[in-house]
Ligand binder design. Sequence first.
Ligand code: SF4
Ligand code: SF4
Length: 280
Amino acid sequence: MCEFCLKHGEGKKWYLQAKNYSDDLLSDLRRRKFIEGFLTSNGLTRDVGRLDRLDKVPRSIRGLISRMISRRMKAVHYGQVLPIEDVERIFGMMKSIVRTACICRHVTLGKEKRYCYGVSLSPDGGELAKIVRGLDKSFLNGPDTAGQEVMSKEQALATFREHEQEGLCHTVWTFRAPFIGGICNCDRADCLAMRCTVTQGVPVMFRAEYVAEVDPDACVGCRQCMRVCQFGAMAYSASNHKVAIDQQWCYGCGICRSACQKNAIRLRERAGVQAAAHRW
Ligand code: SF4
Ligand code: SF4
């Protein structure tokens, strides 16, 4: 169990607790203000510049900065990787799902990419959608960025399966913990959280509550799975012509599983895998 499961989930998966999606949490003015600032300020653009500069910082100071950033992000905007079955469980609890443009891609690509999904226990996106509708979104590019697409659970799940085929990793996000406002579909090139966590080694999201493993008897060594692992957790062995997963580095996203035509990959609960149980 990650730290948030203990703190916000009473020892169960924190993102499967309905209370963490409650509109009541949006009566907290600090939280509302944070959401408004997050979506309308230049904060993310500034963060990209800071991330790029981090490379030049000496290693000793880098560790300190990394811990400070992680601590701050745990309070305001922290994520966790999710496999598709947990996305489905979350959708199962919700009354509404609203698809919208990804602000990370807006900053990094200058393009509209509709990879983010607001989730709510209330109809029509609930209080969160009301906050977003009230914002000036003219800073975003493209004709549809201000539009919020209300989707059925089935439609949303189908688009998540498409995102998975694109190799995108599902992640769930807080807006001032423990409130959960959305699920995104991330890749290492465009997503600031992935760049921060994986490329720069400054964690702003937990690994999934799962890790993957390959059944060597079913694996035919085609390496399709390796093409989509964004975390460098897979290796091919020329001696036995199989792929194996280094569970210490596996984020448990399950994207490799979708790419495997031989059903050779499965996810296991992280807590039951000694090599990964304490790697977050
Ligand atoms: S995609 Fe499946 S069969 Fe192909 S190498 Fe990966 S685990 Fe093995
Ligand atoms: S090995 Fe599979 S489950 Fe693990 S991080 Fe890579 S793609 Fe995700």
